[in-house]
Design a protein around this ligand. Sequence first.
Ligand SMILES: C[S@@+](CC[C@H](N)C(=O)[O-])C[C@H]1O[C@@H](n2cnc3c(N)ncnc32)[C@H](O)[C@@H]1O
Length: 301
Amino acid sequence: MQEHEEHPTQNAQSGSQDAQHTQQHAQDAQHAQPADETQPIRHEHKVLSFVRRSGRLDARLQRAWDTYADTYLLPLNAAEGSLDIRDDWRLTREWIHDTWSNAHPLVIEIGTGQGENIVAAAAQHPQTNYLALEVYDPGVAHTMLRAGKQHLNNLRIAQINAPELFAKADAATVDEVWTFFPDPWPKMKHHKRRIVQPALAEAIHRALIAGGLWRIATDIEDYALHVHEVMDGRDDFENIGEITVSLPTGHVGKGNADLALDMPHANFAESSRFEGRVLTNFEKKGLEAGRVIHDFTYRSR
Ligand SMILES: C[S@@+](CC[C@H](N)C(=O)[O-])C[C@H]1O[C@@H](n2cnc3c(N)ncnc32)[C@H](O)[C@@H]1O
């Protein structure tokens, strides 16, 4: 399906039931890869990790949206169609208590896709609060549908640009952060759009409790190197991976990944598969394509 790149104000994304005419295509959010990576894509001069797309939800997802948005979708957006967060909002302990009516630990997943992971985790751990962050309407709708079918009350969803949320988080409010299979942005010139970046690491570190974890997984070897480069040298996080993985030490872009075979390699610490991660369609396709899954666990110091 054709994907469109648009200025956010030209085709706003719906954050509410009554804005259904602005909703995006019912595309598979798990495969949210830019169709045309040749265009610079900016949003209020920010480099974004996703591309805005226009369209509508199909009837089933629209019904899910209409049925469950009041229960699961948090009204944090700065304006209808904006993926920014309201200026007056902050992630505080009081807000967590008001939202979940308890003081249970909070796990936040960045880029939940269709919600397979976070919904499974929420069902399995009713004494933990879960917050799903996803920008694409179909992913948000799928997640609400899954949660609604299981009558989950420990899960909420925010349709916002994830780094914005962490920029507004009080210190020591979050127990774990998950980023599983982030959009790979394979072209060299787009590596800066990868969501794992020093500024996000800094904001996540502030939000995490002492000893809190940032779990990351990717099936893209070059992204694995990128994660090590961003995270391993930091004073505020410790890589607690217990297995050794050999990776090329130079970056390669889309279409020339084979070049990595001949590059010098070095050993890096990674984790064995996080048992709290279910096998999503996205991971399955990576495995079927012969790719190796890289798991990372960074503990906040
Ligand atoms: C490749 S998919 C992986 C989905 C899911 N984690 C999985 O493993 O199946 C990456 C997801 O991240 C979402 N995403 C990308 N940038 C984001 C951002 N800045 N804020 C929130 N979600 C984002 C995309 O919409 C997409 O659904």
